[in-house]
Design a protein around this ligand. Structure first.
Ligand SMILES: O=C(O)CCC(=O)C(=O)O
Length: 379
């Protein structure tokens, strides 16, 4: 029987799944931590995520942090960084305050507060703001140093496989509204959930064109205590940030429009879906695109600690960079679009979309994402 001709870009997405990642939306689940050799051979080297159980049972954090009183007491004199947004989505796309038919890259207002006050604001987040305690600057070993004895300083099997100690360890305390939009990091990530659950959508680096990375002007939220309202101000001078354009959870009324604008995402293979429960670890390989939502514990909190290890800038990195450098317009070229095998209403205005207004509606109406690397779509 004659085989159907595979199309280049689709073929790439499918082949990495067939050869290494698997064709379901699930990733491998290990019941105990791997040996360094197994981790290196089966996951780090092939750039493949996995979920790991029973790796942090011995951490005092797993029991002590269930007590809010313990946290506020231990951190009573610590000043921490609280990220405030109107919807829970920071470092995410939002309507441009100057021309609302286009989008900007909106970052949270960061307030430095004593931990007990900051935590109250996270717990009160159904007010007129959403607070997320996080800062990707090694905050667990600085702002939250008083808690450092409650978790291991690294994971032996991971440090041995990576050949180094963590470059940064970060703490994340949020509620059900905090969301992190699609992005990638230039780090190997060991992500441990201590309380509540985190829901990840994952796409491999080879799917880069499905993210529609475009440049957006940077803007920052400001919260007024007096009015209880946010304003969004563009940075001066203008700074453009390359960021993923896809919101994987558009509201039902916008879904069709989004699917037309971002066909590679919505019509390609489904992302890997991983829920990381309290006590579990996700190995999130470098350069993988990830989107994160959370379900809180009975107090209304999700608490996680992640360990960033330096990635290896090797031949895979060079290939991924090369792939990313292929302009989207090339894949959208009407002359070659027949080759893409995506039976879509596909035209240059979709690929080069100047008018992002519908995306603006999406970001305004859906609970916004929060991402943390304001400089680029990658770290
Ligand atoms: O937990 C989150 O909200 C985001 C985590 C993340 O993006 C990361 O660890 O790189």
């Amino acid at each position: 029987m004659e085989e159907e001709e595979e199309e280049p870009i689709q073929n790439l997405w499918q082949e990495v799944r067939d050869l290494t990642l698997g064709t379901s939306t699930q990733i491998n689940h290990l019941s105990t931590p791997p040996t360094p050799l197994q981790f290196l051979r089966d996951y780090v080297s092939p750039n493949k995520p996995c979920l790991i159980s029973n790796a942090v049972n011995h951490w005092p954090a797993t029991t002590l942090w269930q007590s809010t009183h313990y946290l506020t007491n231990t951190l009573s004199s610590s000043t921490v960084s609280l990220h405030l947004t109107p919807t829970g989505r920071a470092d995410a796309l939002s309507p441009n305050p100057i021309s609302p038919s286009s989008l900007c890259f909106a970052s949270a207002e960061v307030k430095h507060l004593p931990f007990p006050d900051a935590l109250t604001r996270v717990l009160e987040s159904e007010m007129d703001y959403v607070g997320y305690l996080q800062q990707q600057n090694d905050c667990f070993r600085s702002e939250y140093g008083a808690l450092s004895e409650d978790c291991d300083s690294d994971f032996g099997w991971a440090s041995e496989a990576f050949g180094c100690l963590p470059e940064a360890v970060n703490l994340w305390i949020g509620n059900e509204l905090s969301e992190t939009s699609f992005h990638k990091d230039h780090y190997e990530n060991i992500y441990a959930v201590v309380s509540g659950e985190k829901h990840f959508l994952l796409l491999p680096p080879t799917d880069v064109h499905r993210m529609y990375i475009r440049e957006y002007p940077a803007a920052v939220y400001h919260y007024s205590q007096d009015t209880g309202k946010f304003s969004l101000e563009l940075e001066e001078p203008v700074r453009n940030v390359p960021w993923c354009s896809v919101n994987p959870y558009p509201s039902p009324e916008l879904k069709e429009k989004e699917m037309t604008k971002f066909p590679f995402y919505f019509n390609g293979p489904r992302p890997f879906e991983v829920t990381v429960k309290a006590g579990e670890i996700l190995y999130l390989p470098s350069m993988w695109f990830h989107h994160v939502k959370q379900s809180p514990d009975s107090r209304g909190l999700t608490i996680a600690v992640n360990y960033w290890y330096d990635m290896r800038f090797d031949i895979k990195y060079a290939y991924f960079n090369f792939l990313q450098s292929l302009p989207h317009s090339m894949l959208c070229d009407p002359a070659s679009s027949g080759k893409l095998g995506l039976e879509l209403q596909y035209n240059s205005s979709i690929c080069n979309s100047e008018d992002e207004s519908s995306m603006g509606d999406v970001t305004a109406s859906a609970n916004d994402n929060l991402v943390h690397h304001p400089d680029t779509a990658e770290k």
